[in-house]
Structure formats: structure tokens, C-alpha cells
Design a protein around this ligand. Structure first.
Ligand code: ZN
Length: 495
């Protein structure tokens, strides 16, 4: 018999220290069959699920899918809208479905829910129990999810991305769908969750490096050697969430003994402990880096100046100026940078290509990301800011598929700098972003990158060196600068 799968999702990584909330208008919303229409072929996790479902001739019952770029706490209108649409559709269909499949992030915080996904899954379970319905609930999670016990206790199996940058997000959804397929044959599984005391900055959780590399490797060995283990998730966590469940965790879904599964997670936590120094990397000052650059051998490839404190993929506004303003005070030329500044873009679009314009650029979102930079520049390009990913497996595809909208955009040129201004903040995860604006990143001398790890697949191959630079901003790697209140005794730094 054809399986009927209820498909929905909500994707948001919530930076709780940002002052501005995330509203309903910040979300891309698809309801009903639009979920399938909008995602088919776009390289997203949902696309992966749709492909698998089609191969298995599953009938997809589409609920609601909402996703927004990482940003502040999700407001009441947005959480209520999702809740209303999801549960209305679930109530209509729950007697006739064989499973629920959810595309989640796992680090969403809303006005009324510190653990949005945990409370959401608990409510689903409650409704199903009331109606005596027992069906699998499988969810895909981002590797940066802050996994609560509630999320684990109220789902059948969660499966997270294994890679950061998230080049495997679509594959992860296919794997989760495969697990669901097996669950129809063997429904008796259990999950265990193991939360560690560590909250790790995004710069410390790239999967090409330790500690993630070693923990993932050991987890993979266990998955391979013990046939009872369905999956082990190594969850980096998302550090900018001031909630009790913030932090690095491990979870396991098993057909076997939960005690054995739990012992595996304890052993993996020891692997983390052994490599914990690498999870809190030290950053340079710009002055140190500029000195180092002078002594480097000449290369025709650009140098990356990474600015994790304004990591757009981590939620900050993408308009921090602290690093760029100081860089412009040096004698460096051939700089490429991107600043999100809708107000300045408007002014450029009121002028025309070839004109000189004077602007105060950046640092308009809040008071945590520097001061506007006074700039006199020639307008080199004006565009609608739409582009298609150059790499279909880009980290960006996990967030929004392959067609990206930066809003109205403008390119400015000065003696030192080529500056892309956008109207919708867009993480630098794909070279298509600059190439679509006729900026060839390979011709730059220095590229300022507002990211922590997610830029690597795009920018590392074209660069000679990269330096992480400490600057002002709410995605700082120095977590001691943030006013945490709800995390108890968790470790946010090693000294
Ligand atoms: Zn992530």
C-alpha cells in the first residue's frame, strides 16, 4: 500500500542576543503543494526528501514549511502562524497518515518557547496519543541544533547533517527518509540524548578540524561496527542561544539496548574532551594580521580576512564595519567586501552607474557592530541582487535552495575597495554571490568574509591564506563577551 507521509518544516537558527525580533515577513512560507513545487530540484533537504519519496511512490501530504535566515528571536505572530497552519493540517490528516517527516533546524527560539522544536514535537505527540495513533516521527536537523531531551523523547529518530560547511544537507534528508523507510519494517527503536557541558563558538566546530573531525570519525566507526545503531548525531550546537539546552550534544537512535547506546555517547564525549582545546580557537588582531601579510611570499591568489563576529550565517546583520573601517585606514588595496545596507543601496539606485556617490555605509542595524564608514565611491553596478548558486551543494542550499535573493544591490569602487552592498543580508557561502555582480573574487588581493566556517567550500580553494580576526560583533568567538543568563554552569571558554 502507498505510504502517506505528512511533510512539514520550520527552519530558523535564533541568535537570542540580537535586539530585533524575526517577524513573519522575514520567513519564506510555503503551504500545501507549494512545498513540493518550490523545493523540487533546488538542492535543499526538502528536495532530497521529495526525490526519495517519489522513488518509493510515497504520497506526500504537505503541511507548512517556513524558513528564515538566522536572526533574532522569532516573534509571536510568526510562531502562532506556523502552529496554527501545521496543527490544522495535521488534525485534518492524522487518521490517514503513516508517518510525519519534518525538516527542522533545531536551534529556534521564539517569544514563548526557548526550545521551540522540543515543545512542537511534544505537542504533536500529545495530539497523536489522544487519538491513539502510533506513527513514526522522523526529523532532519542542522548540525548546529541545540538538542533538548524533549526533542529526543518526542521523536522516533532525528538525523543531523554530518558536515560543516553543510554540503550534505540534502543527503542527510535522504538518509533520514531511508531510516523512515526501514522504520516501517522495524518500528521498535529508541533514542538517547547526551548533553555535554560545553558551548562551542562556531569557529571551533568545522568538521575538517578537531574536535568535530575526531568525534565524527569515532561515531562513524560505531555506526559501522554495531548493526543495532541506526545513527549517531554529533551536534555542534549553536552558541548564541541563551537557553538551558544550548551546547554540544550527542544523540543516538538504536534498535538495541539503550544502555549500550548511552555508553557509546559517553565514550564520544571523552573524545571531545581530549580535543577540547581546538574548539576554542584564538583569533588575531587586524594589526597582527597586516604585519604577517607583509612577510608572506607573493601570491596571485587572494588572502581571506575572516570576520566571525559578523557571521551572517550565525545571525548577525552583515553590516559590521569595525574590521573594514580599520582595514581602510591601512595602505592595503585590492580589497573586496560585502556590507548589507538597504538604505545605502536605495541611494545608489536613485543615482546611476558611473556616478560618484558619498555614503555612510553599514552599522545601522544596532549598536553592536561598529560605526558607519564615510565613503566616496563610483557606482560600478546596480542589480536586483538575484543569483543562482555556483555550487549546488553550497551551505546556502541547506538554508534556501539554489536561487538566492540579496534584494536590490549595488557595487561601489574606490582606490582601495570593491564593495558589494545588499538589501537582504546574505551569507558568503557561494562564489555566485560576487560573480553575479561582475566581481571576480580571484582577482582580489584581500577578501573580507563575514562567516565562521560556512564560507570554506567556496573560498578556501581560491585563496592563498586565511586569517581569523577578532572584531566587534554579536557573533564573536569570545563567548565571554555575551551576557548569558540561562546556561547554568556550562563552559563557554577554557580560561
Ligand atoms: Zn548549521
Amino acid at each position: 500500500m502507498t505510504k502517506k507521509i505528512f511533510l512539514s518544516g520550520i527552519y530558523h537558527e535564533t541568535h537570542t542576543f540580537l535586539s530585533q525580533p524575526t517577524t513573519l515577513s522575514d520567513f519564506i512560507i510555503n503551504i500545501g503543494d507549494d512545498i513540493i513545487r518550490e523545493n523540487t530540484g533546488n538542492g535543499s533537504p526538502t528536495d532530497g526528501f521529495i526525490e526519495f519519496a517519489s522513488q518509493k511512490h510515497w504520497d506526500i501530504i504537505s503541511g507548512i514549511q517556513m524558513s528564515a535566515r538566522p536572526s533574532g528571536i522569532v516573534d509571536e505572530d510568526a510562531e502562532n502562524f506556523f502552529d496554527m497552519k501545521f496543527f490544522e493540517k495535521l488534525e485534518q490528516n492524522c487518521e490517514n497518515i503513516d508517518a510525519i517527516f519534518l525538516i527542522l533546524h533545531g536551534a529556534m527560539v521564539s517569544k514563548n518557547h526557548d526550545d521551540f522544536e522540543g515543545d512542537f514535537l511534544e505537542k504533536i505527540n500529545h495530539i497523536l496519543k489522544q487519538k491513539n495513533i502510533t506513527i513514526p516521527i522522523v526529523a532532519v536537523l542542522d548540525l548546529h541544533a541545540n538538542v533538548s531531551d524533549k526533542m529526543i523523547d518526542n521523536s522516533t529518530c532525528v538525523y543531523a547533517y554530518r558536515k560543516n560547511p553543510h554540503s550534505d544537507s540534502r543527503d542527510a534528508a535522504i538518509k533520514a527518509a531511508l531510516i523512515l523507510n526501514d522504520l516501517f519494517e522495524n518500528p521498535n527503536v529508541n533514542q538517547v540524548n547526551y548533553k555535554t557541558k560545553y558551548i562551542l563558538p562556531p569557529t571551533g566546530v568545522g568538521t575538517a578540524n578537531d574536535p568535530m573531525k575526531s568525534v565524527l570519525l569515532e561515531a562513524k566507526k560505531i555506526e559501522k561496527n554495531d548493526k543495532d545503531i541506526i545513527c549517531i548525531n554529533v551536534m555542534a550546537g549553536y552558541s548564541y542561544a541563551d537557553i538551558a539546552d544550548c551546547g554540544f550534544s550527542l544523540s543516538c537512535c538504536t534498535k538495541g539496548d539503550v544502555k549500550i547506546a548511552n555508553n557509546y555517547l559517553v565514550s564520544l564525549a571523552k573524545v571531545l574532551e581530549a580535543k577540547i582545546d581546538f574548539a576554542y580557537p584564538k583569533e588575531n588582531t587586524l594589526e597582527e594580521v597586516l604585519k604577517k601579510i607583509k612577510s608572506l611570499p607573493v601570491s596571485d591568489k587572494p588572502i581571506l580576512l575572516i570576520e566571525p563576529a559578523d557571521n551572517i550565517g550565525g545571525g548577525t546583520p552583515g553590516d559590521a564595519t569595525d574590521l573594514l573601517s580599520r582595514l581602510l585606514q591601512s595602505d592595503q588595496e585590492g580589497i573586496v567586501a560585502i556590507i548589507n545596507d538597504p538604505d545605502s543601496v536605495q541611494k545608489c539606485h536613485q543615482s546611476k552607474v558611473g556616478n560618484e556617490i558619498e555614503l555612510n555605509v553599514g552599522a545601522k542595524f544596532d549598536n553592536f557592530h561598529g560605526a558607519p564608514i564615510k565613503i566616496k565611491a563610483i557606482i560600478q553596478k546596480l542589480s536586483d541582487g538575484k543569483f543562482t548558486l555556483k555550487n549546488k551543494q553550497s551551505h546556502l542550499a541547506s538554508m534556501m535552495g539554489m536561487h538566492i535573493d540579496m534584494g536590490l544591490s549595488a557595487v561601489l569602487k574606490t582606490q582601495q575597495l570593491t564593495l558589494l552592498l545588499t538589501s537582504i543580508k546574505t551569507p558568503p557561502m557561494d562564489l555566485g554571490q560576487l560573480l553575479s555582480q561582475d566581481i571576480n573574487p580571484e582577482e582580489a588581493k584581500l577578501i573580507v568574509i563575514k562567516a565562521a566556517v560556512s564560507h570554506k567550500d567556496a573560498y578556501d580553494p581560491i585563496s592563498s591564506y586565511s586569517f581569523y580576526i577578532d572584531s566587534q560583533g554579536l557573533c564573536t568567538s569570545n563567548l565571554k563577551r555575551l551576557p548569558f543568563k540561562k546556561i547554568g554552569n556550562k563552559v563557554i571558554a577554557l580560561n
